[in-house]
Design a protein around this ligand. Sequence first.
Ligand code: PBG
Length: 326
Amino acid sequence: MTYPTVRMRRLRRTPALRAMLQRVNLRPSDLICPIFVDENLNKPKPIESMPGISRFPVSGVVEEARAIVKQGVKSVILFGLPKTKDEEGSGAYAASGGVQKAIASLKKELGDDLVVITDVCLCEYTSAGHCGVIKSSEIQNDSTLKILQKVVVSHAEAGVDMVAPSGMMDGQVRAIRTALDDAGFTHTAVMAYSAKYSSSFYGPFRDAAECAPQFGDRKSYQMGFGNVGEAMREIALDIKEGADIVMVKPALAYLDIIRAARRRFNVPIAAYNVSGEYSMVKAAAANGWIDEKNATLEILTAIKRAGADLILTYFARKVAEWLKTT
Ligand code: PBG
């Protein structure tokens, strides 16, 4: 029984042999590239805590997406930064909002070459910076659902292919599915941020999207990092509510959750290689402590090996470029 192992040990692992025996390979089409659309800009603005990543004005989104598609990536996920914030995050469903405009121009210019996904959450749009409406310092789950319904319909009217609710409100997938269907958008898909942990690794994103909570934290609606079973329940519920794709987030410290989900569920699984995971690699590489390319390919391959079909990553464009030459 030990024979094959012994045999493998005697092999010379030449590059050709390694390539031949590698079971998990990244493809550019596995990757989903986040784009920040900022209504307040007229030229791209680098994000300090995420070297290499910028926010884009609405007018710059198509050019950026074109460059991404050229590398073989098939999908982008849009995050919006509005001009003004208010209590109910009404900027999130404005027909003339930055995200809505960006969707329309992406679909017009790139059509079916690109799958346009939108992050659906209120945290960038509410004055309190929470993912839902707040009353007496408490998240109002059900009134938030009504707003999320307006948001997805506004995205669908602009032509979005898929919406991705990330606010961890209870019942959000069903509410969104129902609103889309009732408005005639039965073909618009839902990728649910199902197993979203309350994580330190979102730090740089909150800077990028200016959505840090103004008080408290997100622990009342995001999951605690000590639990596996809860993630499985959240995923099962979202599938039942109509999610087409489910997500585990963050990715790197949660490979076991991805693996458990893979074993249990027969739907496409996405994993979010979040901002903190990105910035840690960038910072260490900038110091010459690790090799950016090799570390990134190793991390993303590990995420896929754990069981993710799709990976949301700020490295998407770079990785697609690297994959052409490796
Ligand atoms: C907003 C949202 C967050 C991220 C994606 N959507 C922030 C949060 O939940 O606090 C994090 C992404 C990242 O860190 O890259 N709901």
